[in-house]
Design a protein around this ligand. Structure first.
Ligand SMILES: O=C(O)CCC(=O)C(=O)O
Ligand SMILES: [Fe+2]
Length: 348
């Protein structure tokens, strides 16, 4: 099992990008971002304008400390049949799973609207995939003034992460010799991007029979299995928590936490869009015997974004049958256990 260590900031395994400097001097910083994406597929972002990790962590813990009943009141429909929301909101820990976490997710489509939901178009009793993926946000209701603060903090963070992700994509585009704004039309006005709060309760004291074999790698206990992300880019707050590992030359390497910054990596599709030049690195999360909190933001474009061609116009052969981002994402996401029972609806 990886040991907890103090972070040696001068000896991190990854490049660090100062986002304030990057905004002032993008020509200088863009090649550094591209180099890190070509080599490791991961880097750190620091000095991010407006990013307030302490407040984000405080309210993340506030949410997960609510009674299960309060959280389940906004769980996705597949975990509680009476609920109307199916895409945004809470998902509980799935006992005995490979991954072991609970989460809360928000998107860019305003608030959940039960009237709109009840009047939505159905085809053979099923909703349209574009309606499912543009569902509004469901917020916890504790009946206290904390509800409004929580919601404001999460909306604030969604904006900060979204702005930062857009700036990082501009740096990548610039560094690849493209128009820095060439990604913008894909994401605006309303991307499918998700802000996800995660709590991983530790399983180290569980009876062995409650932990599936697939959640073990020798003595190491896995809490999110190895995967590449289903995004363009992911920005991730790990606060002071160890546990994230990336695969480098067939070896699992720790990605140490940096308290005030974000970890950034690219998803499999970015590798394809740039003809294999940028690296989408496999990663996983291990259980170090303590509760763990993290907040990733999956920067995903709008439903109809064409993802069938590389930036220099070649067909992407590995893309399969779905050539628009929305259907491609739903197909990929349904392979993750926490989404396995979500009804993503039908294509129009
Ligand atoms: O929790 C973490 O640190 C990483 C989570 C992750 O890789 C993911 O949700 O895609
Ligand atoms: Fe990931």
């Amino acid at each position: 099992m990886a040991e907890k260590r103090n972070v040696d900031l001068l000896n991190l395994p990854l490049a660090t990008i100062d986002m304030t400097e990057a905004l002032e001097n993008p020509e200088k910083i863009a090649p550094k971002v591209v180099k890190a994406m070509e080599n490791e597929g991961f880097l750190y972002l620091r000095n991010i304008p407006g990013f307030k990790p302490d407040e984000l962590l405080q309210w993340t813990k506030w949410f997960f400390n609510l009674p299960l009943e309060t959280k389940m009141a906004i769980s996705k429909k597949c975990f509680k049949e009476d609920n109307l929301n199916s895409f945004r909101g809470y998902f509980p820990v799935i006992p005995g799973g490979h991954s072991h976490k609970e989460a809360f997710e928000t998107g860019s489509f305003g608030d959940f609207d039960p009237v709109k939901q009840q009047n939505q178009k159905l085809i053979n009793g099923r909703p349209l995939m574009r309606d499912v993926t543009s569902e509004g946000n469901s917020w916890p209701n504790t009946g206290t003034s904390d509800d409004e603060i929580y919601r404001k903090v999460m909306e604030y963070n969604y904006d900060i992460y979204r702005k930062t992700a857009s700036q990082v994509l501009q740096l990548i585009a610039r560094g690849m010799g493209l128009d820095p704004n060439c990604f913008d039309y894909m994401f605006n006005p309303s991307p499918l991007a998700t802000l996800r709060l995660i709590h991983y309760p530790s399983r180290v004291n569980f009876p062995p029979e409650e932990i599936p074999d697939e959640a073990r790698d020798g003595d190491t206990l896995i809490t999110t299995g190895e995967h590449a992300d289903t995004t363009f880019i992911t920005l991730l707050a790990t606060f002071e928590n160890w546990g994230l590992q990336m695969l480098q030359n067939d070896t699992w390497v720790d990605v140490p936490p940096i308290r005030d910054g974000l970890v950034m990596n690219i998803g499999a599709l970015m590798t394809d869009l740039f003809g294999g030049r940028l690296k989408s690195t496999m990663h996983r999360v291990i259980d170090l015997g303590e509760d763990r909190y993290s907040v990733p933001f999956f920067y995903e474009p709008q439903f109809d974004t064409d993802i069938s061609k590389t930036f220099d116009g070649k067909e992407i052969e590995s893309i399969g049958r779905y050539h628009r981002y929305g259907p491609w994402m739903c197909n990929r996401t349904s392979q993750f256990k926490e989404y396995a029972t979500t009804d993503f609806g039908v294509l129009d």
